[in-house]
Design a protein around this ligand. Sequence first.
Ligand SMILES: [Zn+2]
Length: 308
Amino acid sequence: MSIPKFPRKAEGLGAPLPGDTPFVRKPKLGTGKGRKREIPEGLWTKCPGCSTMLYDKELDEQLKVCRHCGHHFPITARERINALVETCSFEEMDAGMTSVDALQFTGVSPYPEKLAAYQKSTGLKDAVLTGIGRLGPVRVALGVMDFGFLGGSMGAVVGEKLTRLIEAATERGLLLVIISTSGGARMYEGMFSLMQMAKTSAALAYHARERLPYISVLTHPTTAGVMASYATLGDLILAEPRAMIGFAGPRVIKDTTQAELPPGFQTAEFLQERGLIDAIVPRRQLKERLIQYAGFLLAGRTRLRAAR
Ligand SMILES: [Zn+2]
């Protein structure tokens, strides 16, 4: 019995003889019933908390909170304002204010180009929206930051808009609510960014002198210069669940202190246990809870004025 010889590459697989059929036929694209059904983009989002596929429309209705595990997705400043204030009651302040390139900053791209790109992608002029609106029965001065605009960084415009908002609240005797999210001071504006910390804090001191309440709401993430100024000066400091909150990043702290960081470090829950945060409020309960707190704080103020 002779052993059949395997064809060598040159005469076998590599060069099929005329009349031979190839081993594998490529299926034609776009035909056949077995084709995988494609999911149109922008309709579904996978939850990073529980891996469930969430229908975008439903996620919007739930204020970008996963209804299975409670994961809080990023939300824009406009969406937050729409969810909080009564319809048509919000009067925006300083809507057209934009930054100038005082330092002639050129990094990876020049600052004016960066600004223009973010203005186009977010539809905002800078990283905060401010105005006066009605929250249930209470008129409030409301400032909401947007992380989508240059990482919610605080430059001259964020500082100035918030300072004007705080001053308007002081003049009109209004409750102030600032919802923060920020990566810190805006490096493109150097020292001008850092000055905003002092400016906003001073305006808040005048607001406090009138015994007007200020509620600060910290959302994921709130860090650095914003955390070291107006975000932590609230009479009441609230936070969204599992928000990352801190000054410097954990790696920097670990390198500086040369110590192991405790588990859960820099989360809202960790800081609530240690007394920095008064309450953790899920996004979908925020409006109701703000109205409740406002009633309590403003009632206290009325009693104080009566006693004076
Ligand atoms: Zn989830």
